[in-house]
Design a protein around this ligand. Structure first.
Ligand code: COS
Length: 388
């Protein structure tokens, strides 16, 4: 059965997230973009309605959203502001490995921290390193067994929430000569000796979110914080990204939609050559193409989210969605600036911010090119394209 209708719960979650975006995010978005941070008050309000721990099951005080609903919420949050959406949504990425393979003790200890209404904490996903971006398997952070414990040494970079997280899910190699087969995963607390925050990045877009280096200098990790044993870490990273890319695609769709809305409004109001510019076919067709791409991006992320929510393999669909929605965000925001002409280039108009925010959608959680690597890899085994 094909059903394009959201359930009542999904509609309620979308409405709640949209109202939050309208009432709490949009009013502060430009200021947050300038200041490079999300106000504590906003984080507390988000925690109170489940928006800091969307994917965390209710038994660990989370929002308990399935992958489709979380993605729909992500579209609304990013429609509000992609920087704030990224900062709050990055918790989902950080804790997905814990949800996939962590034990109950670890979940009980760490997950409720994200939604504590009085003092909500952030988590961060520690995979990327200066020498390991797209080639994630080449990471060089080393885990050395020390009795029952482990010692971590290494440097993580471009870590969303790296500077403000309470705890990290860190991937490290036990034996670099084993390639991806040497990787394991740990839960590391910011407060531990040897954990420090390095460079804070000054970014083009999504400026409200924190992006920082995390340095691990002889960090002693107790045995109970081993999340993924040697050899299994890379598989969990891949499964994590399969599960979270629908949310990124949804966020990219939200950015594109925000730009489309601005462009549509402007094209109806702006008069040139004695009529609103929407009456010029060159402008009207740009708007039509934007609408087509946004709708297609939304259908792709819903498909990926539906597969993830039903525990079906979703690697291919997640990459379709992430690649298409990321490209859509960049194309639509660029065209929205174009429709605004000179005004669109000025900070006074929202489309300027949206175009800056869009670029990262083609980069983080796997570049547009890596998505095509994943898709091509899946196509290698295909001999028959019959879709039913
Ligand atoms: N699910 C489960 N296992 C997977 C998998 C998936 N989606 N994708 C690959 N694997 C497995 C492979 O099957 C292989 O295991 P076996 O040899 O036991 O079968 C292993 O992982 C290694 O796979 P592969 O050789 O394809 O790995 P590569 O090092 O070539 O890298 C890509 C594959 C490029 C897809 C991966 O490195 C990637 O996704 N890079 C982007 C990383 C990223 O998104 N970074 C952003 C950081 S988060 S902001």
């Amino acid at each position: 059965m094909v059903d394009f209708e959201l359930s009542d719960e999904q509609k309620a979650a979308a409405r709640m997230a949209h109202d939050f975006a309208v009432n709490e995010i949009r009013p502060v978005a430009l200021e947050c973009d300038k200041e490079g941070k999300i106000p504590d008050e906003l984080v507390k309000k988000a925690a109170a309605v489940g928006l800091t721990a969307q994917a965390v099951p209710e038994e660990y005080d989370g929002g308990g959203l399935d992958a489709i609903t979380a993605a729909i919420v992500s579209e609304e949050m990013f429609w509000g502001c992609a920087g704030i959406g990224t900062g709050l949504g990055a918790n989902n990425l950080a804790i997905t490995p814990l949800l996939l393979v962590g034990n109950d003790e670890q979940k009980q200890k760490y997950l409720p921290r994200l939604s504590d209404p009085a003092n909500p904490k952030f988590a961060a996903f520690g995979l990327t390193e200066p020498g390991a971006g797209s080639d994630a398997a080449s990471l060089a952070t080393v885990a050395t067994p020390d009795g029952d414990d482990y010692i971590l040494n290494g440097q993580k970079c471009f870590i969303t929430n790296g500077g403000i997280a309470d705890f990290y899910t860190i991937f490290a190699t036990f034996d670099k000569s084993k390639g991806f087969g040497g990787i394991g995963g740990f839960i590391v607390e910011r407060a531990w000796d040897g954990v420090s925050v390095g460079k804070h990045e000054d970014k083009m877009g999504i400026r409200a979110s924190d992006t920082s280096e995390v340095i691990l200098d002889n960090v002693k990790v107790p045995a109970e914080n081993l999340m993924i044993p040697e050899g299994q870490g890379f598989y969990v990273v891949m499964q994590t990204l399969d599960a979270t890319r629908a949310g990124v695609a949804a966020g990219a769709t939200g950015v594109a939609r925000a730009a489309f809305e601005e462009a549509l409004k402007y094209a109806k109001e702006r008069v040139q050559f004695r009529k609103p510019i929407i009456n010029q076919q060159a402008i009207a067709f740009m708007l039509a193409d934007m609408a087509i791409k946004i709708e297609a991006a939304r259908r792709l992320y819903l498909l990926a989210g539906w597969k993830a929510a039903n525990n079906l393999p979703c690697s291919l669909e997640s990459s379709y969605a992430k690649a298409f929605a990321g490209d859509t965000a960049m194309e639509v925001t660029t065209d929205a600036v174009q429709i605004h002409g000179g005004y669109g280039y000025m900070k006074e108009y929202l489309v300027e911010k949206l175009m800056r925010d869009a670029k990262i959608m083609q980069i983080y959680e796997g570049t547009a090119q890596i998505q095509r690597v994943v898709i091509t890899g899946n196509l290698m085994g295909v001999t028959d394209t019959y879709p039913w």
